[in-house]
Design a protein around this ligand. Structure first.
Ligand code: GUN
Ligand code: ZN
Length: 409
């Protein structure tokens, strides 16, 4: 008898408008995989009488998915702010250059995984520094399920980064041959760091390699101006990536704020995903991502912390500000959507919709325990209460995190 049952209230996301709550729920797990989920009484009827039952004091939700962050900025998250390009040049690139030191990379990666697991994040997509060693360290020390890429940056950045970037197609090919494509993302940093020819070469690699592709798009006005100067014959920023063949259903684009209608149409046509980073956009003084447009064009998206642009790795904090920034602009958003965009949508974005992201049978038993729901509260009111408070509190709010059915934090 391998199966084990966790008994607790369960909240499972269904879609952007719907979740399902089980007041007395049960999660049956066998060898790390969910084999049944539902009302405790129903589930108990399906199993042998001697099955082990573990009662948890809290509410079970799926582990969180963070589809855009920079693990090499974790140490300095929240420490600096300011306009995107000066922030990058003045604070972020000097920090990333330090990851040439493999001892620093080891200790920072260990700390990163322990912090995100403590905050309930079990899956995500991560930008590394340009260094091959730091990237391999982040892959080797991985806890949870991550997709990681060494940032590719050839120009318009200090040589302390460009000298180590494997942007040359031959060098990149050789490196990628050693990588497991399940956990590797082709990661051009953003258009200003690569020439049109380099981007095109990456597009060719992307067409052949079965990996995810991640980059930044239209995050700030200054960035947009710079791209216009560097690529004067492109109709818009999105076209710079599209011409290179980098926009695919496996592509995840961070931010997407300063976008024209044609650009949304292009993303829709290519089936690419948006990583929406509300806390980072606020911290760096960028505008609100136009959620109304994303909805109107039916663009798939998931939520992300974008640390170190975002001040916290807590997806509860990201959910809080997702609801906050759009409501403050008069756009209606529900807590159901906050949970869905931080779990199931993230897994789908990463091509892992059949593996994780929610608590249905057949998926990996990666879950989080949230504080108990008072009987008198509605599920909506209780969930929004779970999102309230300062980011430092939210980083500690989850009561525990389980990976493949085993307690991990
Ligand atoms: N654009 C290019 N690089 C970065 C980065 O590291 N963070 C953010 N927020 N935007 C970027
Ligand atoms: Zn980013």
């Amino acid at each position: 008898m391998m199966e084990k049952i966790f008994r607790a209230p369960i909240l499972n996301p269904i879609d952007a408008n719907t979740w399902r709550f089980y007041q007395d729920g049960a999660l049956g797990i066998d060898r790390g995989i969910i084999v049944r989920m539902g009302d405790f009484a129903t589930v108990l009827n399906q199993v042998d009488a001697d099955v082990e039952v573990d009662e948890l004091d809290g509410v079970i939700v799926p582990g969180f998915v963070d589809v855009h962050l920079h693990w090499v900025q974790h140490r300095v998250k929240g420490r600096f702010s300011g306009e995107l390009l000066t922030w990058l040049q003045g604070h972020i690139w000097p920090e990333e250059a330090r990851y040439v030191d493999t001892d620093l990379a080891q200790s920072a990666a260990t700390r990163f995984y322990s912090d995100v697991l403590r905050a309930g994040t079990v899956m995500g997509m991560s930008y590394s520094s340009p260094h091959a060693d730091a990237t391999q360290i982040a892959l080797a020390l991985m806890r949870g399920d991550w997709v990681i890429g060494n940032v590719l940056m050839a120009i318009h950045a200090p040589s302390t980064l460009t000298d180590y970037s494997l942007h040359d197609p031959d060098a990149l090919h050789a490196f990628m041959r050693q990588m497991n494509m399940t956990n590797y993302a082709l990661t051009p940093r953003f258009a200003p760091n690569l020439s049109a020819a380099s981007l095109k070469a990456l597009g060719q690699i992307a067409a052949e390699a079965p990996c995810l592709i991640q980059t930044h798009l239209a995050e700030s006005n200054a960035e947009l101006q710079w791209v216009k100067e560097l690529f004067p014959d492109a109709a818009h920023y999105t076209e710079v990536y599209d011409r290179a063949g980098l926009l695919t259903p496996r592509t995840i684009l961070g931010h997407c704020i300063e976008m024209r209608d044609e650009e949304w149409r292009c993303l829709r046509a290519r089936g690419s995903w948006v990583a929406h980073c509300p806390t980072s956009n606020e911290a760096l003084g960028n505008r609100r991502m136009p959620l109304e447009q994303v909805r109107a064009y039916n663009i798939p998206f998931a939520l992300a912390s974008d640390i170190g642009g975002g001040p916290s790795h807590s997806m509860l904090h990201v959910m809080q500000r997702f609801l906050g920034v759009h409501r403050e602009a008069g756009v209606s958003v529900a807590p159901q959507e906050a949970l869905y965009r931080s779990t199931k949508a993230g897994a789908e974005c990463m091509g892992r919709g059949s593996i994780g992201g929610d608590l249905t049978a057949g998926k990996r038993a990666d879950f989080v325990l949230l504080p108990q729901k008072p009987a008198a509260d509605s599920v909506e009111a209780w969930f929004e209460e779970c999102l309230s408070g300062k980011s430092a509190d939210l980083e500690q709010r989850t009561l525990g995190t389980w990976l493949k059915g085993e307690r991990a934090a």
